[in-house]
Design a protein. Sequence first.
Length: 227
Amino acid sequence: MSRVAIVAALEREVRPLIKEWRLSEKEFAGRRFRFFEKDDFILVCGGIGANATRRAAEAVIAIYAPDMVYSAGFAGALDPALRVGDVVQPRRVVNGGDGSSVNLDQGEGTLVSFGSVANPAQKAKLRDSFAGDAVDMEAAAVARAAEGRGTRFAVVKAISDEFDFSFPSIERFIDSNGQFLAGRFAWFTALRPWLWPQVARLARNSNRASLTLCHWLRKMTDAIPPP
């Protein structure tokens, strides 16, 4: 029976999936991680960004020795035809910082990992530079961790923001561990009523993306019977 690890950024992306999974906390390299387990599937949420996600990927690989590691979560559309809730499984993952890339055993199209949440102008540049279909912040880091351990790697992402969606930079609301500072963000937006329609749209989009992503992951976990 194959063991599969899933690495996401935030628990809110995968909450519909893991709400009934077994939770355990374990330490690796001086940090504690929350692992959600069901049969031969393990999920860890490392935080937003490459560094936080790489640490979580290295932890789950070292502790559980999975046969396959998935980078799962939200992505932005570089292809204007993609809509919120669409699920993408890229065949190629590109690191937008250094241009390095990895080709996968399955999937279609190209996902670009970028260092921040991309605005429409940045999306257009990433699309043109790398022939990208979607953009995220974490998949390339998970790919690097998997490659370092000789572990098979795959990606599944749900589109949470379309090509033309624009929103102020959120980097100020992410702490050093990659966690989203929801209280600080709420206070920031509460004082800026012109942002409220965008915040409401972002919340709807995120909920829809979470549901479709978890539906895909649930089909995968249910397809393999328990040992």
